[in-house]
Ligand binder design. Structure first.
Ligand code: NOJ
Length: 551
């Protein structure tokens, strides 16, 4: 481990960056707690495990860690079924463990974001147990109930993201309840002000403890059509697609009132920011850019600080397509602060999508496009999807949708590969999901010692960001590279311009980039070149990522 590395920028923040908030300057790193580090030897990661790895996290040069849910949960959806918003599941530790983690993270300059899951609870949450106990229970209206249609049929045609209908009949009370995920994840009724107040209380609980903000789960699903109208058939549905795609979703997604609910959450965060440290909210939203950017809200009613931009998880590894998307996004974001995501706990790993030889190009793309990058744990060492034998599949989304490609999210959730020791240094026993077969050669300990490793390339990039304000705040402008497999862009501030050239392919390319000056100086290259490079005949090695300062 590099003893001098630190999560706080090596240099004092450049004057050009003054006025930017930490979440604008920094990098967010997502931890899937079950799989990061197991300190108590039960095969599942935990909070003390994360605390024990904070020096590693700080060495990455990141600004924040986001923890997928750590709250008490029956784990039907591995924590996204919350049974208590203000506690820690014993599997992960205790509230005291959390406080210790937060304090130790803050001591290293690392912010901590929690995963808020306000759209649904567990069916074991006391609120739902009360709500289902009788039709006239005061909490009944905290959830979405509907009478059966004639002949006992479901209230409408809405579908679950995990396969099957979005309604389950509660036999005892004779009504259906809504769940767009598992039947064990009943949806809260956000029309009810008591529900909104209860979630606000949960937010306060964590904000008062000192958390720096939230990633908010499926935030664009909070509002649903009050009349529960049927959703239209999707004419583009093809066999093999997830069954949820059979319908279009105008009545369950992106409803106008959702903006009001989010603005309320944001106002709460802003109260805290006004009183002290700046807090932030990142919203999970899978929508086209034109709709996505509406979730920044307005100056009078701001919403998410950053609505997640997932386009790189949904676009193939195609330099022209990615350029077109980046151009469109940058233009549409307007006054909002952009952000980029290459992978998360719901998507196949970037390495498995784009290929190992493209790992450095993909990392460079993520860390040099304009906006806050979110990195998925393990991507910094090149972890790949792991084939899970059928008898070890855990993810309910996979178990319920056999035959749908990549329905199971287990492959991208396998244990962090810390070393070549038994169980990859993650645990002292067989972990909850199988380890990758390559862990003896792809792991933190080995890469830490190897100056040419992906891990040290990642660190070099984050160090470069820390001392190159153009890469944090500079305007983005893409250039015509002259090749289908090369993506070139500049990042400019008054103080200077940096050029990023990415070779998405395996052939050497010579770029002719007129109007940029005769030569530039290499700031970083994935093939370790240094010195001056001519800009009118700029050579890119196969799979090279190159960052150059222009004069
Ligand atoms: C989105 C989360 O990222 C995913 O993992 C989860 O299964 C669903 N929301 C339901 O909470």
């Amino acid at each position: 481990m590099d003893p001098h590395a630190s999560s706080v920028p090596v240099e004092p923040a450049h004057p050009a960056l003054r006025g930017l908030k930490w979440w604008q300057r920094g990098i967010i790193y997502q931890i899937y707690p079950r799989s990061f580090m197991d300190a108590n030897g039960d095969g599942v990661g935990d909070l003390r495990g994360i605390t024990s790895r904070l020096d590693y996290l700080a060495s990455l040069g990141i600004a924040a860690i986001w923890l997928s849910p750590i709250f008490p949960s029956p784990m039907a959806d591995f924590g996204y079924d919350v049974a208590d918003y203000t506690g820690v599941d014993p599997l992960f530790g205790s509230l005291a463990d959390f406080d210790a983690l937060l304090e130790a993270a803050h001591a290293r300059g690392l912010h901590v974001l929690l995963d808020l899951v306000p759209n649904h609870t567990s069916d074991q949450h006391p609120w739902f147990l009360e709500a289902r106990s009788s039709r006239d229970n005061p909490k009944r209206d905290w959830y979405v109930w509907a009478d059966p249609k004639e002949n006992g049929r479901r209230p409408n045609n809405w579908l679950s993201f995990f396969g099957g209908p979005a309604w389950t009949l509660d036999e005892a009370s004779g009504q259906y309840y809504l769940h767009q995920f598992l039947p064990q994840q009943p949806e809260l009724n956000w029309r009810n002000p008591e529900v909104r107040a209860a979630i606000a209380d949960a937010m306060r609980f964590w904000l008062d403890r000192g958390v720096d903000g939230f990633r908010v789960d499926v935030i664009w699903l909070l509002g649903k059509d009050e009349a529960l109208r049927d959703e239209p058939i999707n004419p583009d549905f093809r066999p093999g697609m997830p069954p949820h795609h059979q319908l279009l979703h105008p009545y369950t997604q992106d409803l106008p009132e959702t903006h009001r609910y989010i603005a309320e959450m944001r106002a709460l965060l802003d109260e805290y920011s006004a009183r002290g440290r700046e807090r932030t909210m990142v919203g999970e939203i899978y929508l086209p850019f034109e709709r996505l950017v509406t979730y920044y809200g307005s100056a009078e009613a701001p919403e998410c600080h950053m609505p997640f931009n997932f386009i790189l998880t949904q676009t193939g590894w195609d330099a022209r397509k990615i350029r077109a998307q980046a151009d469109r996004y940058d233009a549409l974001v307007g006054e909002g602060w952009p952000n980029w995501v290459l992978g998360n706990h719901d998507q196949p790993r970037v390495l498995s999508r784009f290929g190992r030889e493209q790992a450095r190009v993909a990392t460079t793309l993520l860390l040099t496009l304009r906006g806050t990058p979110t990195v998925y744990y393990g991507d910094e060492i090149g972890m790949a999807d792991v084939d899970i034998p059928p008898e070890r599949v855990q993810d309910p989304a996979g178990l319920r949708q056999p035959g749908v490609k990549a329905a199971s999210r287990d492959p991208e959730r396998t244990p962090m590969q810390w070393s070549d020791a038994d169980f990859a240094g993650f645990s002292t026993r067989e972990p909850w999901l199988p380890l990758a077969e390559d862990y003896r050669t792809v792991n933190v300990a080995l890469q830490d010692r190897d100056p040419n490793s992906l891990l040290n390339y990642f660190r070099a990039l984050t160090r470069l960001r820390a001392v190159t304000p153009e890469l944090v705040a500079g305007a983005y402008h893409s250039l015509e590279a002259g090749f289908d497999d090369v993506f070139v862009y500049t990042r400019s501030l008054e103080v200077g311009t940096v050029l990023v050239a990415l070779n998405f392919g395996g052939a050497a390319r010579t770029l002719h980039l007129p109007g940029l000056g005769a030569a530039g100086s290499v700031l970083l290259s994935s093939v370790r070149r240094e010195g001056e490079v001519p800009l009118e005949a700029l050579e890119l090695a196969p799979h090279e990522a190159l960052v150059v300062r222009l004069r």
